[in-house]
Design a protein around this ligand. Sequence first.
Ligand code: NAP
Length: 677
Amino acid sequence: MSIIDVHSFAYGDWIAPSSSARSVASAIDGTEFARAGSDQLQYQDMIDYATSNGGPALRAMTFHDRARMIKALALRLREHRDALYELSYNTGATLSDSQIDIDGGIGTLLVFASKGRREMPDETIYLDGDVEMLSRNGTFLGQHVCTSLQGVAVHINAYNFPVWGMLEKLGPCLLAGVPAIIKPATSTGYVAEAAFKILLESGLLPKGAIQLISGGTGDLLDRLGSQDVVSFTGSATTALSLRSKPNILERAVRFVAEQDSLNASVLGPDATPGTPEFDLFIKESVRELTAKAGQKCTAIRRIMAPKAQVPAVIDALSVALNNIVIGHPANKETQMGALVSNSQRLDILDKVATLSGECERVYGDPDNFTVNGANAEKGAFLPPIILHCEQPDTAQLVHTTEAFGPVSTVMPYDDIEQAIALLNRADGSLVASVITHDVDVARQVVLGSGSFHGRLYFNDRVSMKESTGHGSPLPHMVHGGPGRAGGGEELGGVRGVMHYMQRTAIQGSPDVLTRLGNQWVPGSTTINSDIHPFKKNYNALQIGESIQTDFRTITLEDIEHFARFTGDEFYAHMDEEAAAANPFFPGRVAHGYLLLSFAAGMFVEPAPGPVLANTGLNDLTFQKPVVPGDKIRVQLVVRRKTPRTDDYGEVRWHVSLSNQDDELVATYELLTMNQYG
Ligand code: NAP
C-alpha cells in the first residue's frame, strides 16, 4: 500500500509534506502509513488569509445563515462517512470507536446548527441577558452584547478523536463567525485531513473560513493577538508549554485548554451486588476501559467502591473483561482495537509500572493475551488492565498518573465523605460519575465535589436505559474541567460559541439599544401602525410598530360572570371584606386572567389573516389590581421577529395593559406565528 501524503491547506493551496515530514505508523502492524509536515508553510500568510477573507465573509452572515451552513456541512460529512471509517482502522479504531468519533462529530455539528437557529437571532449581534435599568426614568439603559472576534481561531487537537475533536471546536467557532486554522495531532491527522477535504470540497464554506496544518505549527502562536483564540486539547504538559508562551501571555490571547484528567466513577453505598446499579456500574466501567482502547479523555481511571464491595467489583469486572475480543479493528467481532501507536503502548506500560508502587495488578497481563486477526508483536495492542490500590488515602500516584489507555485502578472507600475526598484528590477532572439510587448521596456529592469537576453524571435504574454514558461529552452540556483538566469549558450549547465572541457592556438610550439588537426595548420610539398589525404579514411588520386599543370598563358583573364561568371563585374576587383584609387588594378585584382574556378580545383581529397561531406568553406580571369601575386599554408593540420555517416566522409582541390613570396594570410578551409575505 502506498504511503499517504497528508497535506496542509493554507491560503487556498494544498501543500504537500516536505522532506522534513514526520512518519506516521499504522496502529495495526507498525509499518509506515503516512507522512505529514511541511517546513514551507507561511504562518503569517495563513493568519492574513483567514482574517482578510474568511472572517469578513463569515461575519456578514447571520447566526441563522451560519447555522444552515453548519447543518449542510454535517450532512455532507454523513454522505462520506464510510470512507472515513475505512481510513480510521489504521488508527486502531474499531467501527464502533469510529462511530463515536465520526457520527459523534456530525451529531455535534447538527446540535450547534439547531441551537444556532433556535437560541440565537437571525442577526449578527447576540444579546446576552436582559436590559439593565440604569436610570430612574428609563432613558439610560444597559445591555450586554456579543460580537464576533475579528481574528482567527487556532484549533489544536488531540490524536484520539481526529474528527469529533475537529468538529466540536469548529461548530461553535463557525457559528460565532470566526475562521479557523485547524491543527490535528500528527499521528491520526490523515483522518482529520480526509474529513477536512470533505468540508472544503463541499463548497459550502466561504473562502478562508478553514485552513489545515498537518504537522507542526512553527511560530504561529507567536503571531497571534487579542482578536485570536487558541483552543487546545491534549496533554497537560503540552498545554502548559503553549499557554505560557510569552506572546500568548503578553497579548492576553484567549487560550482554552482541555487536557488530561483522572476521571473517576463511584459505586454508591446503596449499590450492592444484585441491584441494577451494581450491574450498571460494571457495564459502564468496562465500556470506558475498552471503547477506543481506553484512549478517551473522559475514561474512568479511578474506580471507587465501598470497601466491602471491592472483591465483588474486581470479580465482576474480570468476568466481563474475559468476554472482550481484542483484535484487528476492522474485524466485526473485535470489541477492542489497538492503541494509536507502539510509543503510546510503551507509555502506558511505563505508567502501569509507575503505578505498581502503590497498586497490585489484578486483571490483564500485557505479556500474555490474545489478539485476533493481527500480529500482537507488531501492532499497538494491549489487554484491559485492572489495578487495585488498597490505601488510596495515603497513595499519591493513583490520583496524579494518567495511563491514557485501557487501565483503571479500583480503590475502596469507607463512607461517602471519604469517596468525595478521593474524588477531589485528582485536583480537577472532566467528569465523575456516581452510580446510585440514593438521591441524598447525589446531593452530597454535588455539594462536596461539584467544584472539582466539569461534569457530574448520576445514573441508576431509572435513567439507565436512556442515559448517554459516563464518557460522552454532549454538545448541549459543558465539556471541560477545573485544575488538572485545563480550566477550560467547551460545548455547552451557546456557551461554547461565546469563546469566539467578545462580550461588551453597552450603555445608552432605549433607541440605541433597540437598534443594536433589532429588538424593541421599552421606552424607545414606537411607530403607529397604519392598519391593524395582525393584518400585516411577517415581512411587513417593523420592529417598534404598535397599536393602542380603546378603553374597556371592568364591571362587577364581568368579575362575577368570569368567576362562575371558570370556577375561579377565589375570595379576592368574590368577598369584599376578605379581599380588603388582604394586604395586596383594596377590596374585590378583577381576575388577572380575566384581564388577559379581555386584552385578547380588545386587540385580536378576528378574520383569517397572516397570524397563524398564538404559541405562548412569557414574563407575565401584574403590577396593579383592577377594581370594578376601572378602565383598561392595551398597547401592542412588535418586539422581535425570528424566522422559523420556510413559510412563517415568530413575532414577539410587547403587551402592556394600563388603566385610566395611565398606570401599568400588567405586562407580558406574546408569541405569534406569522406568515411571510
Ligand atoms: P499532546 O501530545 O499534548 O498533543 C496534543 C496536540 O498538541 C497535538 O495536535 C500535538 O501535535 C500538538 N502539539 C504538541 N506540541 C506542540 C507544540 N509545541 N506546538 C503546537 N502544537 C503542539 O496530546 P495527545 O497525545 O495528542 O493526546 C492525548 C492527551 O490528550 C491525553 O493526555 C488526554 O487526556 C488528552 N485529551 C484531553 C481531551 C479533553 O477534552 N480534555 C480530549 C482528548 C485527549 P503533534 O501530534 O503534531 O505533536
